[in-house]
Design a protein around this ligand. Sequence first.
Ligand code: 5GP
Ligand code: MG
Ligand code: MG
Length: 187
Amino acid sequence: MRIADIQDDIDHELVSKEQIEAKIQEVAARVSVDYKDKDPLVIAVLKGAVNTVVAFTQALSIPVQMDFMSLSSYGSGTQSSGVITVRQDLSTDVRGRHILIAEDIVDSGRTLAWLVEELKRRGAASVEIFALLEKPARREVDVDVKYKGFEIPDEFVVGYGLDYDERYRNLDSIAVLKPSVYQGDEA
Ligand code: 5GP
Ligand code: MG
Ligand code: MG
């Protein structure tokens, strides 16, 4: 699905499909060098990071192992609390592994901070992060993102895996919805 298909719902596009693809190629080239002899395990958190991890791993020039995790963060409203529950765990033993987390977006940073600690606690040899998007204005906890995509303003975005009410994940770029899309919900 492209912006043109849902013109009525979109306020503006923030990152185009072409920009995303170019950035992912660039990061994947660096990672392919950095992890050449490390037999990395790429981990993605469902569901938001799915589009990113697929494009990213396809752009690598080295073979990698992939695994997935589903987490839920309980908190009030749209704020993630940092209290994380594992809904679906990895099927891989991470002990001694070099892990690269592929993430859609770093907002408060609480989800990633928890995940990095958890993977280290389980005995990972190293843990680094590729985040397609970051909202620096909303960061609450320190997370070291080694491979960076785009910094975006403090706006709620959808597309490329990111949802509003489980929809718009299949948009091929990153965009901000019109307020009317949300207002329709409150009625
Ligand atoms: P954090 O723990 O960093 O606050 O939360 C990160 C998670 O919140 C992301 O993985 C994503 O699922 C969700 N999130 C944060 N900002 C946005 C946004 O602008 N749009 C959407 N759709 N999800 C977001
Ligand atoms: Mg995520
Ligand atoms: Mg969501």
